[in-house]
Design a protein around this ligand. Structure first.
Ligand code: NAD
Ligand code: UFG
Length: 337
């Protein structure tokens, strides 16, 4: 069975390809490499023994999409391809709406033309905005604080409307919390370009000496130690969540919505300490002002995914920090071109 994986050379997509292959499913990747490298394919092959079929191209290009559906027998689509930097999206809203919204519409159009109605979408905890309580369940009200978040919310709405209008669709919305970590081999991991926006890659770059000091954004939040609390999830747990989602509801018509998180809140300072424990490295940090748009606490109630998908995150915070550090140490400059 073949699944089209858009954004499959990116961070979460590449790890999901490994999980798909392990489950006997063949990933077919479409990626324009705007935020990933071709050499990811070598690593997937080294680890899994299988090299995924790869199309270099853009989800906004209907010619390549139609060609893929003609050439391959695609059972369903897992749609990762997107621009994802929250801060950048406030500077470049057009690019975000164009890439993420127009790109998703183009993909859905090609699926309809090909008669493929099985869709899994990378959504985000960002659709919960500033939640009124934690842990967050799937029925919490949705709102958002950035153009990036707006694209996720609008796409969720589009998918719901399309499913209501045409019940042949299986639309699965997976809301990820904070994926970190790397494959346990150290051969695959997160490879941000430029200065990392996210906490874990910033910490590992301080540890390896690429950056001097971690800025901790705010220590006056209403949390135990004053720093923000998030739900960090190992990227391989997240990857396996996609396989479960495909196996349980991928081909079942309807709208399926799941939080994919570990269900545990961890503060920034707790994460810094956990990383020090795993790596034996002290992390130089300083406390600075809050970052605009951050919410104090955001963590999941993942019970629905456990109940209905039979999925739950099993890797610990120590696994996440250890694997991130191994990846950073063995690939100090990320993937080669
Ligand atoms: P990533 O940037 O590593 O991967 C995205 C991939 O999509 C990249 O390889 C990029 O080259 C490709 N891409 C982007 N636009 C494209 C286009 N128009 N056509 C073809 N390919 C295109 O990001 P990631 O962290 O792996 O995230 C994957 C998905 O998960 C995204 O939709 C993101 O919004 C979502 N998500 C990520 C996080 C996170 O913290 N990483 C959290 C919640 C949701
Ligand atoms: N942080 C720092 N210093 C840094 C980077 C981050 O203190 O250099 C803090 C942030 O203020 C936040 C926490 O570490 O409190 C986690 O920040 P990340 O940027 O790693 O993650 P976010 O929770 O802000 O963002 C993530 C995804 C987004 C998504 C958002 C909401 O990266 O795509 O969750 O779901 F929109």
């Amino acid at each position: 069975m073949k699944i089209l994986v858009t954004g499959g050379t990116g961070y979460i997509g590449s790890h999901t390809c490994l999980a798909l292959i392990a489950a006997g499913i063949e990933p077919v990747i479409l990626d324009n490499l705007c935020n990933s490298k071709l050499s990811v394919l070598n690593r997937i092959e080294e680890i899994s023994g299988k090299r995924p079929l790869f199309y270099q191209g853009d989800i906004r290009d209907s010619v390549i999409l139609d060609r893929i559906f003609q050439e391959q027998s695609i059972a369903g689509v897992i749609h990762f391809a997107a621009l994802k930097a929250v801060g950048e999206s406030t500077q470049k809203p057009f690019e975000y709406y164009e890439n993420n919204i127009a790109g998703t519409l183009s993909l859905l159009g090609a699926m309809r033309r090909a008669g493929c109605f099985h869709f899994i979408f990378s959504s985000s905890a960002t659709v919960y905005g500033d939640p009124h309580a934690v842990p967050i369940t799937e029925d919490f009200p949705r709102s958002t604080m950035s153009p990036y978040g707006q694209t996720k919310l609008m796409i969720e709405q589009m998918l719901e409307d399309m499913q209501t209008a045409d019940p042949r669709w299986s639309m699965t919305l997976l809301r990820y919390f904070n994926p970190i970590g790397a494959h346990a081999s150290g051969k695959m991991g997160e490879d941000p370009q430029g200065i990392p926006n996210n906490l874990m890659p910033y910490i590992t770059q301080v540890a390896i000496g690429r950056r001097d000091c971690l800025n901790i954004f705010g220590n006056d939040y209403p949390t135990n130690d004053g720093t923000c609390v998030r739900d960090y999830i190992h990227v391989m747990d997240l990857a396996e969540g996609h396989v479960k989602a495909w196996q349980v509801c991928g081909e079942k018509a309807g709208l399926h919505i799941y939080n994919l998180g570990a269900g545990q809140g961890v503060s920034v300072l707790e994460m810094v300490r956990a990383f020090a424990r795993a790596s034996g490295m002290e992390i130089n940090y300083k406390l600075v002002d809050r970052r605009p748009g951050d919410v104090a606490e955001c963590w999941a109630d993942p019970a629905k995914a456990q109940r209905e998908l039979g999925w739950k995150a099993t890797r610990t915070l120590d696994d996440m920090t250890r694997d991130s550090w191994l990846w950073q140490q063995t690939n100090p400059n990320g993937y080669e071109a």
